[in-house]
Ligand binder design. Structure first.
Ligand code: SF4
Length: 231
């Protein structure tokens, strides 16, 4: 399935990322994974901004692109015109450039971001939005420790995996649930953690609150056995 088709499929059962602003207008998120927006989507965004006479675009605090200042009476039409270029609120994957770009980087974050996206696509709808942060080394520029799922490269020692972090109103450092893992082990662990979260969390319960409620020990136990073996 192409990236565009994947995004369309995802959008059929998820809400678009629309944020209301103080002045009554809206910001509409543009689909991007790991800070990257494809050329086709950029063309669509450019056309929509010009066609509707919108103020422009900006980068959010999480470095995702948003079409800003959409008047209330145009919000639905702008979302429709953006089509698959419109972001979903279902998940966000952000991270540092990793060792493909950064001279301090130990591991590649770009390839892992793509694999993590595939995991999230395959799992489908989550109890609440999932934010993932990837960092290519322990300097942790990708803020992996305060994301729902965080991957941090530690050189030859492999990846360290965090789960249940949050940088919102009630800040929480994610629990370290894996260390010294290779790429395959890391993606497998992230996939199992998210599957447990999907199966066990309450509606709208973020991973941080989920971990606080059930305990990281229980989550680790179910991850080892599989959610189908736990009541
Ligand atoms: S976390 Fe490490 S690899 Fe990533 S940008 Fe920061 S210094 Fe570079």
């Amino acid at each position: 399935m192409s990236v565009t088709m994947q995004k369309k499929a995802m959008q059929e059962d998820t809400k678009p990322a629309v944020i209301s602003r103080r002045d009554g207008s809206f910001d509409v998120g543009v689909a991007s994974i790991y800070g990257r927006v494809c050329a086709d989507d950029l063309s669509v965004v450019n056309r929509v901004v010009q066609e509707f006479g919108l103020p422009g675009i900006r980068l959010s605090a999480a470095r995702t692109m948003v079409v800003e200042g959409v008047p209330n009476d145009l919000a639905d039409r702008v979302q429709q015109a953006l089509g698959s270029a419109c972001a979903s609120v279902q998940y966000m994957i952000s991270g540092c450039p990793g060792n493909d770009v950064c001279k301090r980087g130990a591991l590649s974050t770009a390839s892992m971001a793509q694999r993590l996206e595939k995991v999230l696509e395959d799992l489908g709808t989550m109890p609440a939005p999932v934010k993932c942060g990837l960092s290519g080394c322990p300097r942790c520029c990708g803020e992996s420790v305060v994301r729902d799922v965080g991957l941090m490269g530690t050189g030859k020692k492999g990846w360290t995996v965090f789960f249940g972090g949050n940088a919102g109103r009630k800040i929480r450092a994610g629990d370290e649930v894996g260390r010294g893992l290779n790429d395959e082990q890391t993606i497998a662990l992230a996939s199992r953690l998210l599957a447990v979260y999907r199966a066990k969390a309450r509606p709208r319960e973020r991973t941080a609150r989920f971990v606080e409620r059930v305990g990281i020990a229980m989550i680790k136990r179910v991850v080892m056995r599989g959610p189908e073996h736990d009541d």
